[in-house]
Design a protein around this ligand. Structure first.
Ligand code: 8X3
Length: 252
């Protein structure tokens, strides 16, 4: 019998890469997917060199045909971590670019839909499957400028809640992890299209934003609970953040 297998999307950096590391440490064979082939290949090689089981598979979750081909190539899937996603822009609704909104819906909602649909037969067939959706606190409440990202993450949250209802009775858990402020190399840089100063300002004066490892820890914890324990929704924020809009910043 092959090792229990966890597929992680968006595993090239940040929360996805950290989660892949944690699940590999927990004994899973990890399948790392992301658009950037060289990144997931490097991480898979690093994990393999450390004695873990890891393979890389370049994948764009918005490409349904590619997702279906990927699913067909897997011999088993016990855990799916839907992590691929992101924010583009911080514009008010009045000014947001519909192309950004569309792109955010594509990756944060349809990406989750594609991969989950494609892997559900394998997850059910495992007899003990787990689907994790990395949503966001932006999926549970709004904030000014959040616009398209907030809408998309609410979509991911709704998808997750609906799926849990529909799978009740099947041997598949549906877990949502909703992180607040996490400082990763790329989230804010992507949101601000490479503007490092604006990206850094998001975390200015915040004592300890969460790290990718902090979030990965919560995902690995939820996944490694006994099979009958379903962590429906886990909201995780840094201590300095009490809500989407209340953040304590130390004066400089
Ligand atoms: C990231 C959290 O506050 O930038 O998903 O929307 S936030």
């Amino acid at each position: 019998m092959s090792t229990r297998t966890a597929v992680v999307t968006g595993a090239s950096s940040g929360i996805g890469a950290a989660t892949a590391r944690k699940l590999a440490e927990a004994g899973y064979r990890v399948v790392l997917t992301a658009r950037r082939a060289e990144r997931v290949e490097a991480l898979a090689a690093e994990l393999t060199a450390a004695g873990r089981e890891a393979v890389a598979h370049p994948l764009d979750v918005t490409d349904r045909q590619a997702v279906d081909a990927f699913a067909a190539s897997l011999d088993r899937c016990d855990v799916l971590v839907n992590n691929a996603g992101g924010a583009f822009g911080l514009d008010p609704v009045a000014e947001g670019d519909p192309a950004d909104w569309r792109a955010m819906y594509e990756v944060n909602v349809l990406g989750v839909l594609h991969v989950t649909q494609a892997l559900l037969p394998a997850l059910k067939g495992s007899g003990d499957g787990t689907v994790v959706v990395l949503s966001s606190t932006a999926g549970l409440g709004t904030y000014e400028g959040g616009g398209g990202y907030v809408a998309a993450k609410h979509g991911a949250h709704a998808l997750t809640e609906t799926l849990r209802l529909e799978l009740c009775g099947a041997p598949v858990r549906v877990v949502e992890v909703a992180p607040g402020m996490v400082r990763t190399d790329e989230f804010s840089l992507t949101r601000f299209r490479g503007d490092q100063e604006r990206a850094d300002a998001v975390y200015a004066g915040v004592a300890d934003p969460l790290t990718a490892e902090d979030v990965a820890d919560t995902v690995a914890w939820a996944v490694t609970r006994p099979s009958h324990v379903n962590i429906d929704l886990l909201v995780v924020r840094p201590r300095a953040q009490a809500s989407n809009t209340k953040v304590h910043r130390e004066p400089r």
